[in-house]
Design a protein around this ligand. Sequence first.
Ligand SMILES: Cc1cc2nc3c(=O)[nH]c(=O)nc-3n(C[C@H](O)[C@H](O)[C@H](O)COP(=O)(O)OP(=O)(O)OC[C@H]3O[C@@H](n4cnc5c(N)ncnc54)[C@H](O)[C@@H]3O)c2cc1C
Length: 587
Amino acid sequence: MPYDAPLSQITHTLSRIARLDELAATGAFPSFDPELVAPILEEANKLARDVLAPLNPIGHKSGAKLTDTGVVAAPGLSDAYRKFVEGGWMGLAFPERFGGQGLPKPLALAVFEMIHGANMAFGLCPLLSFGAIEAILAHGTDEQKETYLPRLISGEWTGAMNLTEPQAGSDVGALTTKAVPNGDGSYAITGQKIFITWGDHDMTPNIIQLVLARLPDAPAGSKGISLFVVPKFFVNADGSLGERNTFRCIGLEHKMGIHASPTCVMEYTHAKGWLVGEPNKGLAAMFTMMNSARLNVGLEGVAIGEAALQAAVAYAKERRQGSIPGEKGSVPIIRHPDVQRMLLTMAAHVQAARAICYACGAAADLAEHHPSEAIRRSAKAREDLLTPLAKGWSTDRAIDVTNLGVQIHGGMGFMGETAAAQYYLDARITPIYEGTNGIQAIDLASRKLATDGGAAMKAMIAEIRDNARELAGVNEPGFLHLSQSLDQAADALDAATDYMLAEMRTNRDKGLAAATAYLRLAGDVVGGHFLARSAYQAREAADSEAALILASYFAGDTLARAQGAVRALSEGAETVSAAAGALWFAG
Ligand SMILES: Cc1cc2nc3c(=O)[nH]c(=O)nc-3n(C[C@H](O)[C@H](O)[C@H](O)COP(=O)(O)OP(=O)(O)OC[C@H]3O[C@@H](n4cnc5c(N)ncnc54)[C@H](O)[C@@H]3O)c2cc1C
């Protein structure tokens, strides 16, 4: 399964969409040197291409194993993880005072895109550590920060997130795991968690669990959950490891993909943990973990889509079938227009998703670090708006893209041993975990739109219109058409936004029935905007032709459907709403 990072697209997206120069100008990243971007990306690609990608099919075949002493990682992964730690990759965007490198978030996203593209099952381990680090950074005590952060940020230890229970999936507030005060400031945690990614393994000497549980007097539902830090091995005052805690992995799930990522059933029996943040305020801490994880899962969608595209291009160049007029003998299938259509669809959607994810990471950095409070506030609104798009749109597209990857391989794509099949199977989880994409759509329609009366979305639409205006002024073939497509798509998104705002106010069920279609439309239009922006900025650059082809193809194939999508969204919601009491399969 060869993987070679698309360094040119990644670099351009960092400079044109994530605007690394603007992030550097905030003064918040004193260690960031633009000259280092290329060497960092090249080094990360060596890890991805040479170390992680060759282990991907091996992990798919053998998976992780549960033994009497705990979970054993798939062959080669412990060694790969050691190289990952030695490279300092975990700490790229974390604060220097805890051993991180203090670099902009989009740069870390670029590196982790490569890691996920080469081996998504492996990438999940640091992805979960990210969530744990961000929760402790935002809500932990000074002592918790000193105890856990340096070794999580170095990668010496890993973190895991324990939210889900059999009866508490999307409805996290239904969890029943208990936390009883021990009287010494610690808590005894008892309960069962399911589906815990990298909940146990043998790659590091310690694993730091972040566990949601309920205090004895907690209010019912999500207002009564609290967050605890629960280490596998206790940490002595001198930093050495002490006794083992009383939780363990009692089972591994058998899954359709990501076999090398152990998905653990975790049993906690009076395990000792410490409260992170305020009692009963675990939901806020959970959202800190989830927001980080949502963007990173969106990034997984980009990464696996890119890997599927690379496999499809390689196969389409090699496989010969059919002929074309004027040429003797069979031709590589890449010569057929329908195959070119599929490849272009894959490439355009991957690039649009990459832009959305990197833009979301840049907004997060501006929201945290910009000296102007007004810019911090508007960047936060942009980050909040883009997060459900990054997660929901990018991962839904990953399913489409990996599906096309299988299609391009023909019958071979259906054979278990091809990379295309593994990418499709691995990608399938991404719209499900970290809040299903249905939950992302509800988040967009209710929290993100309704709470600010659509202001953040309207600001986005205004920016898209400005972009269209600028494109119209370019006196080069293709740009006027791009501008018109984008302008019409902005009108469609505006109309759909008004529809959603009205329905969420007056007929919430109708709004919720339209939410997934709205998220799709929003992702299409924002993605098309970023592609067009890149084409505009690439005019004098070596990739000008490729950038314009991607933007024009996306405009013709996807933005052209935006007007119809508004009608489909409202008519679909009307029907669901009117038929809700009479659905023949609902009885
Ligand atoms: C491989 C894997 C790894 C995972 N890793 C972790 C992990 O590390 N830590 C962790 O805590 N959890 C983890 N999870 C759990 C994951 O986050 C949940 O599976 C996910 O949140 C969905 O919950 P559920 O499976 O119970 O589905 P359900 O909540 O039962 O949802 C089923 C369907 O109903 C829909 N639905 C549910 N509620 C609503 C609603 N209110 N409105 C509209 N539609 C709704 C959903 O969108 C979905 O389509 C993992 C899961 C898997 C499969």
